[in-house]
Write a protein that binds this ligand. Structure first.
Ligand SMILES: [Zn+2]
Ligand SMILES: [Zn+2]
Length: 640
């Protein structure tokens, strides 16, 4: 009789042949036995540690979503006999299934499929795990060519290796699968089908195009409702939609995918953002540098980019000196600046900083608004220092990160330390030193962090900072990488106190990531309602009638003199329409200018919330706004 040790430390005897589920709480939908995810029906062969997997934890959601994918394919097969089903994994927040249907389907069919899924859930069909030989699996999936192809390529890890194939069956419907699954379909309490898309089998353009149906599944109906609300909120905040409405940027077809132009309002927004970041870097002892957009192939050979990063680079241009590449990174240029003269220990640390525009040939399918683009400007800096200075320099970067992101209202980062991947240009010894420095800095900072094995960049381990936006979504923004490799490749040196030549270390870091992506994040974070200092337009003046335009222009001129950004709405619309237009443009403050304002010399100020304050003296209004912008306050001034 195996002894099971439970999560609370209690242990219990499990009668021979009894499944692990029999000793776990009723809410469990799967189990973790000695750390492995298994079905509740799993019978432990020996003593083990057993924990319940609950529906609302990460593993539980994974199991729920994966089970919902089965039910989706089963429902489609019921409705369209002859359907061939390919694969159906869980994904973030949901699941999908790729299917080849015998008929054309559209979004309007999703409701029908969902209704059939509900019937299957009502019926509470058990998920039965079966182990088949490969021959029997071929037989079982006789009319399912995609499943047969998967059985043929067992080593893919989609099904258990070797001769035994695991299959999950509910009712008469089976799928190849490693599991685990919920014990029965009745455990799927909250799901919804979301959309249809096309997807090539195996992602291969030469193979058949399948129908991909996406769904979402949650532990409880209230979680599903909250998720759908979050989606709706995210849609309202979509930076592509707001970018168009606020006239910030566009992506004309003639430029090509992933390349964007910034319009005048976007230009002002970027100036605010860039000036703030650049000035703060100067205050913190960084130097500004400027580098070109292309360089000869020899630079990229030395840096290792051509060997390790070529697929992300645009093809070369030729001239009589040979091949030139558009830069995918700024690092090698900064190395050349360092190497432009003999450096001594007194020059270190050197912190070279640039808003450097780079180009990466991202896959077409991966492009997404400003979040994933092909031409972008990084707030890129390289700190070149002695090994002794390394930890202090990394700590200062963490500090600067928290200050900059805090200015935008981002706090409590989720920090991840990623160690080196398999493909790398540095020796294991260098990798270890680099990881150690990052870890020491993290320990000294007292910031909590997680470890991610093998997720670092090809030239070094890295620390990533993720921040949560106003609607709870996580964005990876800051990256700090520690690099012993490039200094070696470029034979960077400094003369030490001992008069000998030494190798410096290099820290790569971008705090915002790229200006474009960060702008997209900010737009969605603020829902387009920027704090005053970032608002392209800060004050909208609304003259009541034509005879008030002159006075409004005069006030606008005085606001501009004070360094503010006003606009006068001189259109022939009604006051009501003009005020609504100002609200749509997310103008932080609106001033309606009529006879009364001209006569009294005081203003009625309307803020973004729609709060109106009467009798505000003009000078007090200007002084308050200048202060609000200069201190980069996140909340609007109240004029009482
Ligand atoms: Zn499965
Ligand atoms: Zn770099």
């Amino acid at each position: 009789m195996p002894t099971l040790t439970l999560a609370d430390g209690r242990s219990t005897e499990l009668p021979e042949g009894e499944p692990v589920g029999s000793v776990l709480p009723g809410q469990a939908i799967a189990a973790r036995v000695d750390g492995e995810l298994v079905d509740l029906s799993y019978v432990p062969p020996a003593d083990a540690k057993a924990e319940p997997v609950l529906p609302n934890e990460a593993d539980g959601l994974h199991v729920l979503r994966h089970s919902a994918a089965h039910v989706l394919a089963q429902a489609v097969c019921d409705l369209w006999p002859g359907t061939r089903y390919a694969i159906g994994p869980p994904v973030q927040d949901g699941f999908y299934y790729d299917l080849e249907l015998p008929a054309q389907v559209s979004e309007s069919d999703l409701e029908r499929i969902e209704a059939r899924m509900r019937e299957i859930v009502e019926a509470d069909q058990p998920f039965v795990r079966e182990e088949l030989s490969r021959a029997d699996a071929f037989e079982r999936f006789a009319d399912q060519p995609y499943k047969r192809e998967i059985v043929e390529s067992l080593e893919d890890g989609e099904v258990a290796g070797g001769e035994v194939v695991t299959v999950y069956r509910n009712d008469g419907w089976s799928d190849l699968c490693l599991g685990p699954h919920v014990p029965s379909t009745g455990r799927l309490k909250a799901f919804k089908l979301m959309k249809l898309a096309g997807a090539y089998w195996r992602g291969d353009e030469t193979r058949p195009m399948l129908t991909r149906i996406y769904g979402t599944a949650w532990a409880a109906p209230k979680d599903l409702r909250a998720y759908l609300q979050r989606l709706e909120e995210a849609e309202k905040r979509d930076h592509r939609k707001l970018g168009r409405e606020l006239d910030l940027f566009s992506n004309p077809d003639e430029l090509g995918p992933g390349l964007w132009v910034w319009h005048p309002k976007g230009g002002i927004f970027r100036k605010q953002l860039e000036d703030y970041v650049r000035d703060l870097h100067l205050e913190r002892g960084y130097d500004l540098v400027v580098t070109p957009h292309i360089a000869r192939s020899v630079l990229w050979e030395t840096s290792g980019h051509l060997a390790k990063f070529a697929e992300n680079m645009y093809p070369p241009m030729q001239d009589e000196q040979g091949d030139y590449y558009v830069k995918p990174m700024n690092c090698p240029f900064h190395v050349l600046i360092y190497r432009s003269q003999v450096r001594s220990y007194r020059d270190l640390p050197m912190r070279l900083s640039e808003l450097g525009t780079i180009y990466r040939h991202e896959r077409l399918g991966a492009l997404h608004g400003l979040l994933r683009i092909r031409g972008m400007t990084q707030d890129d800096s390289h700190i070149i220092c002695t090994p002794d200075q390394l930890v202090d320099e990394i700590l200062a970067v963490f500090d600067l990160t928290l200050e900059i992101l805090g200015t935008f209202g981002f706090g409590e980062p989720i920090i991840k330390l990623s160690t080196l991947p398999g493909q790398t240009i540095v020796t294991p010894e260098m990798a270890e030193k680099a990881t150690e420095a990052l870890m020491n800095a993290l320990e000294r900072s007292g910031l909590p962090y997680q470890l991610a094995e093998g997720e670092g960049a090809f030239y070094g381990p890295k620390v990533d900072f993720d921040f949560r936006d106003a609607i709870g979504r996580l964005w990876q923004l800051t990256t700090v990488q520690c690099d012993f490799g490039l200094p070696e490749r470029f034979e960077m040196e400094y003369v030490g106190q001992d008069n000998e030549r030494h190798r410096p270390v290099m820290v790569h870091r971008a705090i915002l990531g790229s200006i474009e992506r960060f702008s997209a994040v900010l737009i969605e974070h603020y829902g387009g309602a920027f704090p005053l200092w970032l608002s392209p337009e800060q004050v909208r003046l609304v003259p009541v009638a034509d005879r008030h335009v002159e006075h409004a222009r005069g006030l606008a001129a005085r606001l501009r003199e004070a360094g503010l950004r006003p606009e006068v709405d001189e259109s022939a619309e009604t006051v009501g329409k003009k005020v609504r237009a100002a609200q749509l443009a997310k103008a932080p403050y609106v001033l309606v200018i009529g006879d009364k304002e001209i006569g009294s010399g005081v203003l009625t100020v309307r803020d973004r919330e729609g709060t109106e304050t009467k009798d505000v003296p003009f000078d007090a209004f200007v002084a308050a706004l200048v202060d609000e912008a200069a201190t980069r306050r996140l909340t609007q001034t109240r004029f009482e």
